[in-house]
Design a protein. Structure first.
Length: 150
């Protein structure tokens, strides 16, 4: 009987045919789930420092109102202005803004909407009290002030 020598078996090549599919699935996943920036600030917004801070639980239920001096002082002047989303607004526009923000939410979440004031540390209190008065008229009574930690 003859002895047959066993030939060494070559390892099969790893198939890379599905690799592009996996890469594109990951790319689309991160493109869909990543939020880059929600609003472009048209005002200067240096938040005041605070010692006792409390984090908001559900940031999807927060709408921001920015108050501060405009970045483009030649076009908008030097007095503090109010920014709602991506537009500079007057205090009387806040009521419509609140109603639109509530309309964009589910019916069960409308009462849980929090209005967060991001007020520049150099802003005068008069414009802040105007904003708060308009929020009262719109029945937006959950208000907080955004600050930075020390």
């Amino acid at each position: 009987m003859a002895k047959f020598a066993k030939k060494p078996k070559a390892l099969p090549a790893i198939s890379t045919a599905s690799l592009p599919d996996i890469v594109f699935m990951l790319l689309f996943f991160f493109m869909v789930t990543t939020v880059l920036r929600e609003t472009d600030l048209l005002i200067m917004n240096r938040l005041p420092a605070a010692t006792q801070l409390q984090k908001l639980e559900k940031k999807s239920l927060v709408s921001y109102i920015y108050v501060g001096k405009p970045r483009d002082t030649g076009k908008y002047g030097t007095e503090p202005r109010i920014q709602l989303n991506d537009v500079l607004a007057l205090p009387r526009d806040i009521v419509n803004f609140v109603f639109n923000e509530k309309a964009d939410r589910a019916e069960g979440e409308r009462d849980m909407l929090t209005m967060s004031l991001k007020v520049d540390r150099e802003a005068k209190m008069g414009i802040v009290s105007d904003v708060k008065q308009q929020l009262r008229e719109a029945n937006a009574l959950k208000v907080n002030y955004s600050t930075t930690g020390r």
